[in-house]
Write a protein that binds this ligand. Structure first.
Ligand SMILES: Cc1ncc(C[n+]2csc(CCOP(=O)(O)OP(=O)(O)O)c2C)c(N)n1
Ligand SMILES: CC(=O)[C@@H](O)[C@H](O)COP(=O)(O)O
Ligand SMILES: [Mg+2]
Length: 592
């Protein structure tokens, strides 16, 4: 039997459907999403929760003329399926396939690229104001924002501005009471009260920002949603619709275990059960961080951990579970997390602020102005540093070395493996008197036996790995493994190799001492070549050893799109075979 979904190439194909057909479409879309994510992986719960919303929006509004922006965009799978990408959906998040997030270059229906949260209100407000300037006040500009994302500062900034404009805006709050982990903060309590009818209409904070507020409305009730949108369609001032949905709707396990099924990995599409974890897996970097922090916090009462909305992803949840008063989830609030850490540091606490490299970008000014300028001893645990794989360009953690390098006072560390990570954390809490960023990647390390007795590290020491003749490789961080493996594949190579756990301050005395011995320097890092570790080395070498040739290997100067980490490594020449090929040129000791 031909399904309804198989007949849809664009939203115009649903415009004349009956309600019964739209409801059948919702069921088919859920199956389609479940089948695809079960085998190809990706974000699941968020898209399952907005199936009715997606259909109702495209049914009532005139997309792509009306602008529709999905905040974060991890919930936009249904939108992609209805807007011409159904047949490509098996390529979701794969190399050369469609992106897991909305992307302007991918479709005219993707009005704005997203991936980082809380940007949608500002983006649609910008579109609405611009449309107004162009004389088009009829076009609807719609943002769909989750309950965790709307609590972020940037979303409030957008609401605050929008409320004093006459823009043709529709902000839809998709309230499922959870982010990746449970939503936090006073706004969450407020929304819970609204849902329970406890807030008198006169006390509605959205109304107080000059929006017309409608809700709460059952976001799985398709006729109700359609009716609401038809009412809101012709209104031309800022409108706010509050809908209530269930994350993971339609898949029992995803509804019951919303954290795991946010992005569950592969699972059985028929039963919904996760495939049993493989035995004896190597530990994740995030877990070694999380477990080690608990061990340290048991000994050191001054330790605090902070995460902006990623307790599970960063494994800070281990500390939150063990010492609830010393592990703090502030919600999607990276800027606040950084300055909060600064405030606690002024009171003598040893604060570990765990933030993904890509999300720390949002708090750059706070790192500069609130932490580094005041030389406050906050320890930034920069997780997902390096190439992150399938999330792609929006989430790459490849800029942190470069953007932190530019800031005075801050020490930057990049351990080579989980043992060095663990010992670095131990050392930092023993005696730290300045801001530090310690970076480590997504995924697993190659060392199973990670729980070894702590050893203090001298960060200024540079580790000699191979000693050769005229060419020296200098690297930092976990790319160590690829460099060693590449060199081991070359018979009788004559290259020297040193690992730097500390990037900044750069150990210039060491460089002064060793560089006299070499004609060629090759630097390797899992970060952008612009302004990173290699740039520091190149700058030092140019000033002090102008005859030495320097080659920087790292992430190239372009956005690296979704693919596996291995494919992204290959694209950047950082995989073992590419490194081997490059290093092999130097085995005969020629100057390149
Ligand atoms: C600036 C930023 N910080 C953190 C994240 C990681 N993140 C992705 S989705 C998500 C939760 C979003 O929750 P909500 O807005 O309620 O949407 P839902 O998943 O419930 O649909 C978080 C924290 C992000 N994408 N951007
Ligand atoms: C959409 C989003 O920003 C997060 O869900 C992100 O994909 C999490 O990344 P990790 O899987 O590395 O925790
Ligand atoms: Mg939510």
């Amino acid at each position: 039997m031909q399904t309804i979904l198989s007949q849809i190439q664009s939203p115009s194909d649903i415009k004349n459907m009956t309600l019964a057909q739209l409801e059948q479409l919702a069921r088919e879309m859920r199956h389609f999403i479940i089948d695809a994510v079960a085998t190809k992986e990706g974000h699941l719960g968020a898209s399952l929760g907005v199936v009715e919303l997606t259909i109702a929006l495209h049914y009532v509004f005139d997309t792509p003329h009306d602008k529709l922006v999905w905040d974060v965009g991890h919930q936009a799978y249904g939108h992609k399926i209805l807007t011409g990408r159904k047949d490509l959906f098996t390529t979701n998040r794969q190399k050369n396939g469609i992106s897991g997030f909305p992307k302007r270059s991918e479709s005219i229906y993707d009005a704005f690229g997203t991936g980082h949260s809380s940007t949608a209100i500002s983006a649609v407000l910008g579109m609405a104001i611009a449309a107004g300037l162009n004389g088009d006040t009829d076009r609807k500009n719609i943002a769909v924002v989750g309950d965790a994302s709307i609590a972020s500062g940037m979303a409030f900034e957008g609401l605050n501005h929008a409320g004093v404009t006459n823009s043709n805006l529709l902000i839809i709050l998709n309230d499922n009471a959870i982010g990746i982990d449970p939503s936090v903060g006073a706004l969450k309590s407020y929304l819970t009260n609204v849902k329970m009818g406890k807030n008198p209409k006169s006390n509605n904070m959205i109304k107080s920002l000059n929006f017309d507020y409608t809700g709460p409305v059952d976001g799985h009730d398709l006729p109700k949603l359609i009716a609401e949108f038809q009412k809101l369609k012709d209104k031309k001032t800022p409108q706010f619709l509050h809908i209530i949905t269930t994350k993971g709707k339609g898949l029992k396990q995803a509804e019951e275990n919303q954290i795991t099924y946010h992005a569950p990995g592969k699972f059985d599409k028929d039963t919904g059960e996760l495939y049993p974890p493989q035995e004896n897996l190597f530990p994740k970097f995030q877990d070694v961080f999380g477990w080690t922090l608990v061990e340290l916090a048991e000994q050191n009462k001054k330790i605090i951990g902070i995460t902006p909305a990623m307790p599970t992803g960063s494994s800070l949840r281990y500390l939150m579970e063990k010492f609830p008063e010393r592990g703090i989830d502030v919600g999607i609030a990276e800027q606040h997390a950084v300055t909060l850490a600064g405030g606690m540091a002024t009171e003598g606490f040893t604060v570990f602020c765990a933030i993904y490299s890509t999300f720390l970008q949002r708090a750059y000014d706070q790192v500069v102005h609130d932490i580094a300028l005041q030389n406050l001893p906050v320890i930034f645990c920069v997780d997902r540093a390096g190439l992150v794989g399938e999330d792609g360009a929006t989430h790459q953690g490849v800029y942190d070395i470069a953007y932190l390098n530019a800031i005075p006072n801050i020490q930057i560390l990049a351990p080579k493996n989980v043992l060095e990570l663990r010992n670095s954390l131990y050392t930092l809490q023993l005696h730290n008197d300045k801001p530090v960023a310690i970076r480590y990647p997504r995924g697993r390390c190659y060392i199973k036996d990670w729980k070894q007795p702590f050893e203090e590290i001298n960060f200024n020491e540079v580790e000699p790995v191979f000693l050769g003749t005229r060419t020296v490789i200098l690297s930092t961080g976990t790319i160590y493994k690829n460099v060693v493996d590449a060199l081991n594949l070359i018979d009788n190579h004559q290259l020297s190799y040193y690992h730097f756990v500390q990037i900044k301050p750069l150990n210039e005395a060491f460089l002064q001492e060793i560089l006299v011995n070499y004609d060629n320097v090759i630097t390797v890092e899992e970060g952008t070549v612009n302004g990173g570790f290699g740039s520091l080395i190149a700058q030092y070498t140019a000033q002090n050893f102008p005859d030495i040739r320097v080659k920087n290997i790292g992430v190239k100067d372009q956005f690296i799109e979704h693919a596996t980490v291995q494919e992204q490594m290959e694209e950047c020449g950082l995989d073992i075979l590419s490194l081997k090929k490059y290093f092999s040129q130097f085995t005969d000791n020629e100057i390149y």
